[in-house]
Design a protein around this ligand. Structure first.
Ligand code: C5P
Length: 415
């Protein structure tokens, strides 16, 4: 998706081995629709060549404040005025110290100092050895940079080029891209805490067998991501799926419907919005055998007896806070359900909304969504139904989040 279409990013590289990741980052930014202008310090040029960065960004790289290509001879002014954001990745310890003190003895720091602070945000992705990162001088600089309004991204953890292991690696290109997209997203859900369920559940028959369904979890994960982009604190209770956790989202892995209910109940009191996308098994085997059920050669087949699982959404929606949320009262929990149907979507979704006791129910056609990357939605509330036409799940998730934000705006949901 062209998430950064129309955005002009000045990508600054400073000296560090993580410069090799800046090549991948530059590609990712261009792929996301941004135009990218690369500016490199002399130290960065020891790690990666301007030729590489020029080829990937499709623009000549700048490296000197004396660059005569600019008619007014002021690249620090021209480059910073054109940017929607300046992103320094990697940002070395030395460069962050320079930023903090307003030093301006080469083009990149000069350009950062000269940027119009109100319109051109500065984002830095630190990269350094773990001792350098942990050093009080660096931590002090990070705190002061943040206080100056600079967005300092997290660092990664793991093996470092120096052979040591710890905090200080630069985030991966796709993580920085996700953070940048989130940065540009209007914070419609600021102050809200979303709890989302996603994926299938797994109901054990014995230690090696069980019953599950074809839910991929993609819609719920997309909703968690979109909510975080919109500024919410997000907890995602996920059934057994192998999807990566969206950036900045707290994930709780569960298997069965009862595990999922337990996880939801453990954190629902802190939530202001509950979105139940999980395809929870309606029934589970009444008894899960302790040992593998063996074929004994007699030709007899085992008989499974089922009992009903708890309805997580109905339990939460019909709690006092869920009911207060449905009527827009302060301190309430706004609950959103999903319905995967095979036919008569409007009728089934309308009936399900009332049965579950939720103010908003999102209908979709099960076989057309399970495992797919796109989907179409039908939003059903007390006033009727609105169609959201087929689109990638992330786009649908963003629309749904904007819709939920509108519904909860000023309703006292925020606490
Ligand atoms: O009843 P049905 O499974 O069709 O309802 C779908 C909605 O209810 C979804 O939002 C789903 O996450 C939720 N649900 C639940 N617990 C169940 C069954 C469904 O939370 N046991």
């Amino acid at each position: 998706m062209n998430d950064l279409a129309g955005k002009h990013i000045v990508l600054g590289l400073t000296g560090g081995i993580a410069c090799f990741k800046a090549a991948e980052l530059c590609r990712a930014l261009v792929k996301a629709g941004a135009t990218v202008q690369v500016v490199m310090t002399a130290a960065a040029e020891h790690f990666i060549t301007p030729v590489t960065m020029q080829a990937l960004s499709n623009r000549p790289v700048y490296g000197s404040q004396w660059d005569a290509r600019e008619p007014n001879n002021m690249p620090h002014i021209n480059l910073s005025r054109a940017a929607d954001a300046i992103l320094i990745a990697p940002a070395s310890a030395d460069f962050m110290a320079k930023l903090l003190h307003g030093r301006a003895d080469e083009l990149l720091s000069l350009m950062c100092l000269a940027r119009p602070m109100d319109t051109v945000p500065l984002i830095v992705a630190p990269a350094m050895n773990r001792e350098m990162w942990a050093n009080p001088a660096t931590q002090r600089n990070v705190a002061l940079l943040k206080a100056d309004g600079i967005l300092v991204l997290d660092v990664g953890q793991g093996d470092q080029a120096c052979g040591e292991t710890g905090d200080g690696r630069m985030l991966e290109a796709d993580e920085i891209l996700d953070d940048l997209i989130a940065f540009f997203t209007p914070k419609l859900l600021a102050g809200q805490r979303l709890l989302v369920t996603a994926g299938p559940t797994y109901e054990a028959i014995d230690p090696v067998r069980g019953i599950t369904n074809l839910s991929s979890g993609k819609m719920g994960f997309a909703i968690a991501r979109a909510a975080r982009e919109a500024g919410a604190e997000v907890t995602l209770v996920a059934g057994p799926v192998s999807l990566p956790t969206p950036r900045g989202v707290t994930r709780i892995n569960v298997k069965s419907a009862r595990d999922m209910l337990g996880a939801v109940l453990s954190c629902v009191d802190q939530a202001t919005v509950f979105v139940a996308t999980a395809a929870v098994a309606d029934w589970r085997p009444a008894i899960a055998a302790d040992q593998k059920i063996k074929k004994d050669g007699s030709g007899d087949t085992p008989t499974l007896h089922f009992i009903e699982n708890p309805d997580i959404l109905a339990t939460v929606a019909q709690s006092p806070r869920g009911q207060r949320g449905a009527s827009g009262e302060p301190g309430g929990l706004y609950c959103v359900g999903f319905a995967a149907e095979s036919h008569d979507l409007l009728a089934h979704a309308t009936a399900k909304r009332l049965r579950k006791g939720v103010p908003l129910l999102v209908g979709n056609i099960g076989p057309a969504t399970f495992g797919q990357d796109d989907n179409a939605l039908l939003l059903v509330d007390a006033h009727g139904a609105t169609e959201v036409p087929r689109a990638p799940k992330l786009e649908l998730a963003r629309r749904l989040i904007a819709n939920i934000a509108q519904r909860t705006l000023g309703s006292g949901q925020k606490s």
